[in-house]
Design a protein around this ligand. Sequence first.
Ligand code: B1M
Length: 206
Amino acid sequence: MSDYLALREAVIAGKREAVTEIVKGALAAGEDVNLLLDKGMIPAMREIGDRFSRNEAYVPELLIAARAMQSGLALIEPLLAGSGRKDLGTVAIGTVKGDLHDIGKNLVAIMLKGAGYKVIDLGVNCDIAKFEEGVAQGATIVACSSLLTTTMTYMREIADHFRGRGVKVIVGGAPLTQAFADEIGAAGFSEDASGAVKLADTLRAS
Ligand code: B1M
């Protein structure tokens, strides 16, 4: 079992090299990548977020913590991507217009890849035209991420735009709820990355 506490503390402190070392060591020891995420890195980002809310951490600290998290994710991604089923369909994923948060979106993308979906990662600050690019490349599911209450409202426009076109718009991100997804007419909502995979599986089967 890995030292999840050390991993959490390294992410919170923004120590990229320490995160890399811990994750490499854990992977070499055969650690389950999901445990590294669920017990180490994701709680670390929650903690730094709580500190930010309490004015105990500021934007630069969030940024270096996010970069440290990304360095760990980069090591985990190939393993998740290599372990899954194939030919399940194509998902275009992006963080919506005005929003630059991409850690959760990246996690959803790697979990979908790991499950065997082809994933077109459109990046951050995606407007409808950007999501259209994903659909033009064959995506039948459009996955939208938002971390800001000011940007989540744009998802309504995305859902309206793709309605009736055989494209399923699914949404997620910390401020979202199932009720919001229902209200804007999205095809589905999930509160975490593994839920997004189950949601895509359900939509594919329907
Ligand atoms: Co910002 N930020 N941030 N931030 N940031 C939040 C979101 C905030 C809640 C912090 C706070 O006040 N406590 C707050 C939003 C408040 C609100 O809207 N009500 C906030 C703010 C205000 C801001 C700025 C405006 C700050 C400023 O400049 N004054 C600014 C906005 C910039 C912009 O986007 N235009 C800003 C900037 C930043 C950084 C750049 C410093 C950095 C982002 C770096 C990056 O992403 N590359 C950052 C960070 C790191 C955070 C917090 C601390 C952590 C977010 C995160 O990565 N969480 C966050 C506080 C918090 O969440 N507690 C905060 C970890 C990640 C794994 O979780 O993204 O929720 P999450 O993803 C989950 C699920 O939500 C779900 O699955 C993921 C994995 O389980 N999910 C999906 C996500 N997308 C999905 C899509 C799906 C399905 C599931 O599709 C189907």
